[in-house]
Write a protein that binds this ligand. Structure first.
Ligand SMILES: Nc1ncnc2c1ncn2[C@@H]1O[C@H](COP(=O)(O)OP(=O)(O)OP(=O)(O)O)[C@@H](O)[C@H]1O
Ligand SMILES: [Mg+2]
Length: 431
């Protein structure tokens, strides 16, 4: 639309002067009201523009001593500029103003001639063209800022959808984590139930025996028989051992339920519904949560070595920061082919808190390294990675006024370092 706008609408219907007109005639024309607004007038021979004469040029002639007498009678052809700026009528604003700015002389004393297939069509005023161009640029920059806003909002949607994707993976992992202790808690309850049945049989037999002992109407044979039954049951069921078993089973069960509740607490910590809200938190706690939540992805791949330092609380958005560390830890685990090691170190100085996540996985080649923070860059198989993890991590850390850096040696491993300032001022960026 706007870019396709051509200069025809800016072209003025100005009667040109002929090359034979005398200098004096032309000077008269410049004085006429009709031409008073023009800096210059086109000189056209038939339909062919042959030159342009400017008010400024004429003045220069006339102020010379005897200028009028010497030059007044001469045809304008001898004094005009024979190389005027000529622009085709269907030229776009942008290209026309490019031509003009490339050829314009300062001060601006001449306008441009508009032609159609070489034939004169009118006069174009440089200042008008520049004004129209300025309008167009303003409108473009408006479009650009709209596009920028749209880009920003779709980016935040991306952040959200990556979050949902990682949440999906995480939920699957956590479901698995919960299932294991839940499985043996369930199993243990069945075991206790079976033991309980045995014990009930035994207490039934004991009750019968105690009744028999106080009864008058029971024979010695009968009493012996009951005692023999109790004895057999005790031998078979071995209650002392069973009670010991139950104790162990119950301890196990308690441990299992504790594991489940630990997971639930961490899950709650992990996905605090505070989104972008700032909370004062110790990053070591975030990492603990991340390790519990990500345990399923890590445990078959790596031993985690925690070297947590004594670090101060910082103000950050825990759910976002957790997302970053979960991605870094998951990436580390995914980079390990068989079984390896992930070292997580935290430390602080006066200004910053540092988190270093180091793996001895396959590392990152020199050509891949510059791309890893690009959105959608992944070396993982289809369906395995979206390639958004690091792009989003980068953005989150940037919003926290921090930095995330990487160093890696192919075949040896990678080290990601996250630096978070203790006093962040930039978080307002997210709004
Ligand atoms: N610790 C690491 N060791 C080796 N390569 C890594 C490591 N971390 C990231 N990379 C490389 O960087 C790429 C981009 O990582 P990023 O986290 O952005 O996406 P992804 O892990 O592939 O997918 P997603 O995180 O969306 O599941 C990875 O595909 C991998 O090639
Ligand atoms: Mg990733």
């Amino acid at each position: 639309m706007e870019t396709a706008q051509n200069i025809s609408s800016l072209t003025l219907d100005v009667t040109p002067i002929s090359p034979q007109d005398t200098v004096s005639d032309v000077a008269e024309k410049f004085l006429a009201k009709k031409y008073s607004q023009f800096l210059s007038l086109p000189v056209v021979d038939g339909t062919t523009p042959v030159g342009i004469i400017s008010r400024y040029g004429l003045m220069n002639i006339f102020i010379r001593l005897y200028g009028r007498e010497l030059y007044g009678k001469r045809p304008i052809r001898e004094l005009m500029n024979p190389r005027p700026l000529v622009i085709e009528i269907d030229e776009t604003l942008t290209r026309a103003s490019q031509q003009i700015t490339e050829n314009i002389q300062f001060p601006v004393t001449e306008d441009y001639i508009v032609v159609q297939n070489g034939a004169y069509r009118g006069l174009g005023v440089v200042v008008n063209l520049l004004k129209a161009m300025e309008h167009q640029v303003a409108r473009h920059s408006d479009d650009l800022s709209k596009a920028y806003q749209q880009l920003q909002s779709s980016q935040s949607q991306l952040v959200q959808s990556e979050k949902m994707a990682s949440l999906g993976q995480m939920v699957a992992g956590v479901a698995h984590e919960i299932n294991t202790p839940l499985g043996y808690v369930r199993n243990n309850v069945d075991l206790v139930k079976a033991v309980f049945n045995d014990l009930r049989k035994l207490t039934g037999a004991y009750a019968e025996l105690s009744q028999a002992l106080v009864s008058d109407s029971i024979s010695e044979d009968q009493l012996c028989e009951i005692m023999a039954r109790v004895e057999t049951l005790v031998r078979e069921l071995n209650p002392a051992d069973q009670i010991k078993d139950i104790e162990t089973i119950l301890e196990d069960t308690i441990y299992g339920t504790e594991q489940i509740s630990e997971l639930v607490i961490n899950l709650k910590n992990f996905s605090r519904l505070d989104q972008a809200k700032l909370t004062d938190i110790n990053i070591n706690e975030c990492l603990e949560s991340v390790l519990v939540v990500g345990r399923n992805a890590i445990k078959y791949k790596a031993d985690v070595i925690k070297q947590f330092g004594d670090i101060p609380k910082i103000s950050c958005s825990p759910s976002q920061i957790n997302q970053v560390f979960l991605n870094l830890v998951t990436n580390a685990a995914q980079a390990i082919e068989e079984h390896g090691q992930i070292v997580i170190k935290t430390l602080a100085d006066e200004q910053n808190v540092y988190v270093v996540i180091e793996d001895n996985g396959k590392g990152i080649t020199e050509e891949v390294l510059p791309k890893i923070f690009d959105p959608f860059f992944t070396t993982k198989e289809i369906g395995q990675g979206t390639g958004l993890g690091l792009a989003i991590s980068y953005q989150i850390i940037d919003q926290h006024d921090g930095k995330i850096t990487v160093s890696s040696k192919p075949g040896e491993g990678s080290r990601f370092t996250v630096v978070l300032p203790q006093q962040s001022i930039a978080f307002q960026k997210t709004g």
